[in-house]
Design a binder for this molecule. Structure first.
Ligand code: IPE
Ligand code: IPE
Ligand code: MG
Length: 226
């Protein structure tokens, strides 16, 4: 029996390059990516992962051309419309992290409704990071602490982050060949195991996820000890 990480986070990168290689518009890559995202997260819960965090849109991504952003927002709307029922059936709770004020108002509303509808899900938690940036998240926590006028413990500080109440990721997977964090979960990943795949996200299969999980199971987490 291999050790399954309790929480995996995925930086879903490479949709655009996947499409370009196939002479398709970037939007086709995002569409395929969305399908992969649904299948991968279900697979992760099926093998015993309890928390799956998916980085779908960063604060920096919001500077992309409006046409691409509109396509992404439409995909998120489609995701909420088609998947909340499925999450309910599977007893998965949805949590959305990110600055909703940066997104079209209906996306914030759909997120809130999806969170409410699935709040009783006890089999796992799906965390969707949209309009998310770690530095912005950290700064807003620092500013809240300054306003409160007192020094905080690590636990108190973590409770001011958008990920309050979630365990830190055990394994972070980034697809798409780049080896960087791109402003994702900078506080939460202090001791997370990192796994990089050269595959573009739409090509990252459930078997590739199994491979990442096997790789994780072979690691020794020392947390600075000997
Ligand atoms: C990841 O794929 C999805 C988002 C960031 C929204 P990209 O869109 O970054 O795809 P590449 O990196 O250009 O291939
Ligand atoms: C990271 O991918 C963000 C998401 C996958 C949502 P990017 O494509 O934005 O990252 P960079 O620009 O290559 O660092
Ligand atoms: Mg990218």
């Amino acid at each position: 029996m291999t050790e399954i990480p309790r929480h995996i986070a995925i930086i879903m990168d490479g949709n655009g390059r996947w499409a370009k290689k196939r002479l398709l518009p970037r939007s086709a890559g995002h569409r395929e990516g969305m399908k992969r995202m649904i299948s991968l997260s279900e697979h992760a819960f099926d093998v015993g992962v309890e928390y799956v965090t998916l980085f779908a849109l960063s604060t920096e991504n919001l500077s992309r051309p409006q046409e691409e952003l509109d396509g992404l927002f439409s995909l998120f709307r489609k995701y909420f419309a088609e998947n909340i029922q499925r999450l309910l059936q599977k007893h998965i709770r949805l949590r959305v992290v990110g600055d909703m004020s940066l997104l079209p108002p209906d996306i914030g509303e759909l997120s809130r409704k999806g969170e409410e509808a699935t709040a009783a899900g006890e089999r796992g938690t799906l965390v969707l990071a949209i309009g998310y940036g770690a530095r912005q998240e950290l700064l807003s926590a620092v500013n809240a602490a300054v306003r409160a006028g007192k020094e905080l413990s690590q636990e108190e500080f973590a409770s001011l982050l958008s990920t309050a109440g979630l365990p830190d990721p055990d394994l972070l997977i980034r697809t798409g060949r780049e080896k960087r964090l791109s402003n994702f979960l900078l506080w939460q990943c202090a001791y997370t195991e990192l796994y990089f795949s050269d595959k573009m996200f739409p090509a990252f299969t459930n078997a590739d996820l199994d491979h990442a999980l096997e790789n994780y199971a072979g690691r020794e987490r020392r947390y600075g000890k000997i």
